[in-house]
Design a protein around this ligand. Structure first.
Ligand SMILES: Cc1cc2nc3c(=O)[nH]c(=O)nc-3n(C[C@H](O)[C@H](O)[C@H](O)COP(=O)(O)OP(=O)(O)OC[C@H]3O[C@@H](n4cnc5c(N)ncnc54)[C@H](O)[C@@H]3O)c2cc1C
Length: 399
């Protein structure tokens, strides 16, 4: 099998590199390199997304009619790899990757016309209201209730672990609209303006001292019935469709960039009077990561080609999620090991460009411990590792 690029693909790769060279300015790149959380802060993300949107590259897997660039799977792959290699921030997925495809696949024409352009422009910043206390892995057990009264739904209940709810203009929610029958059957998918009276957001500060997640409370929140996506009580189908997009994200570019950074760091760190990267045990661990990274890259290519054919990612996205998050966590562990005692004095990083705050250790030290702490959650969010492995066993391996 020949996986090398042809002339057209090489020209496209150069086009992406040229764009990144110009558009990825220090005010975006430097805070991104210091970020320890999964997503960069909203202001950085929106600055970057505006540049991508202007170029027409932001929603690169959306159909052209809704603003996608019409790329094939190889172009998407090249774009992902080049962005990660250059240190670009990841695209915040809640709008572009999650709710966007649900709206253009299942939404009304009015919903498409209203929401899709605002997702692209960044005017609407989204968060995801799936999980509840007691309904995470067992998502179908959710209780947040939406009662139809006239041409409105009245929503009561709570959502938890809601990433960036404190930044969001809109939340897409799974709500219970019927309690009879199988629990999957009475769920609906609705879009709620975060400025609606009755919504309260409590921050949850994680062990990495990050404010990334929240608990959101709904107390008699009135939502226009036209904000229901698709049919009432059919939300479970749309929820599963979205989860395939959530779990099939482009991991391999980031993993490769992370492994390259780890190797560069281990070349500077010293163990037994020689560079750490020459230590056999450490080098073997890095090699294992590289092999796993290559294997996950193959799965990612398969998913990209399914997307190009107009199909959803399928259960293979659970392979990406399980393997990608495992490698990511291992990467952060090896970085801690490489940094040695400089990993101990943890303090959160000031992301301001002009900051002259002092951090102990070499210049690559500051984000390492925060990233390690943050990545402990990687095998939980987007569906825990055990749940992904169950899906792989049932739907991929047919066990
Ligand atoms: C940092 C972070 C960000 C998140 N962001 C969002 C967000 O933006 N929006 C959102 O809706 N949710 C979000 N989540 C929630 C996330 O999807 C859930 O935490 C996840 O699905 C697990 O659910 P739970 O926390 O209720 O754990 P539980 O479901 O209670 O699971 C606890 C443990 O039991 C295991 N377990 C449970 N059931 C089984 C089973 N059947 N077989 C084997 N093992 C099982 C799990 O693997 C896990 O180890 C986020 C979570 C985190 C940590």
């Amino acid at each position: 099998m020949d996986l090398s690029f042809g002339p057209e693909e090489l020209a496209f790769q150069q086009e992406v590199r040229d764009f990144l060279e110009e558009a990825l300015t220090d005010d975006i790149k430097i805070p991104t390199s210091k970020t320890t959380t999964v997503f960069v802060e909203k202001d950085i993300a929106l600055k970057w997304q505006a540049k991508l949107n202007e170029k027409g590259w932001l929603a690169y897997f959306w159909p052209e009619e809704y603003g996608g660039p019409g790329w094939n799977s190889v172009q998407r792959y090249i774009f992902n790899q080049e962005c990660a290699r250059a240190g670009a921030p990841g695209i915040i997925p809640m709008g572009i990757r999650y709710v966007g495809p649900v709206i253009f696949t299942f939404g009304t024409q009015a919903q498409k016309d209203y929401f899709l352009p605002k997702i692209l422009s960044g005017e609407h910043y989204w968060c995801q209201g799936y999980s509840e206390p007691g309904a995470g892995s067992d998502l179908a057990g959710l209780k947040c209730k939406a009662e139809r009264v006239g041409d409105e739904y009245i929503v009561n209940g709570t959502k938890i672990w809601t990433t960036h709810a404190h930044h969001a203009d809109w939340i897409f929610c799974l709500v219970r609209t019927d309690n009879t029958g199988r629990k999957q059957q009475g769920i609906s998918f609705i879009l709620i303006d975060m400025n609606t009276p009755g919504i309260k957001i409590d921050p949850i500060i994680t062990m990495g001292l990050d404010h990334e997640v929240n608990q959101v409370f709904f107390d008699d929140v009135r939502v226009p019935a036209e904000n229901l996506v698709g049919e009432e009580n059919k939300g479970w189908d749309y929820a599963k469709f979205l989860l395939e997009f959530e779990r099939g994200g482009g991991y391999s570019g980031g993993l490769k960039a992370g492994i390259a950074k780890l190797k560069a760091m281990a070349s500077q760190q010293v163990k037994d009077l020689k560079p750490l990267i020459e230590d056999e045990t450490f080098a073997a661990e890095v090699a294992k990561l590289e092999i796993a990274g290559l294997a996950s890259e193959m799965t990612e290519m398969q998913i990209q080609s399914q997307l190009s054919a107009g199909d959803p990612p399928g259960p293979e996205s659970s392979v990406m999620n399980a393997v990608g998050t495992t490698i990511n966590q291992r990467l952060s562990e090896l970085a801690m090991e490489a940094l040695d005692y400089y990993a101990l004095p943890f303090k959160p990083i000031d992301l301001d460009l002009g900051s002259n705050e002092w951090y102990p250790g070499p210049d690559y030290a500051p984000p390492i411990t925060g990233t390690y702490l943050n990545r402990r959650a990687a095998s939980i969010f987007g569906g825990s590792d055990e749940i992904q492995r169950d899906i792989i066993a049932k739907l991929v391996l047919r066990l």
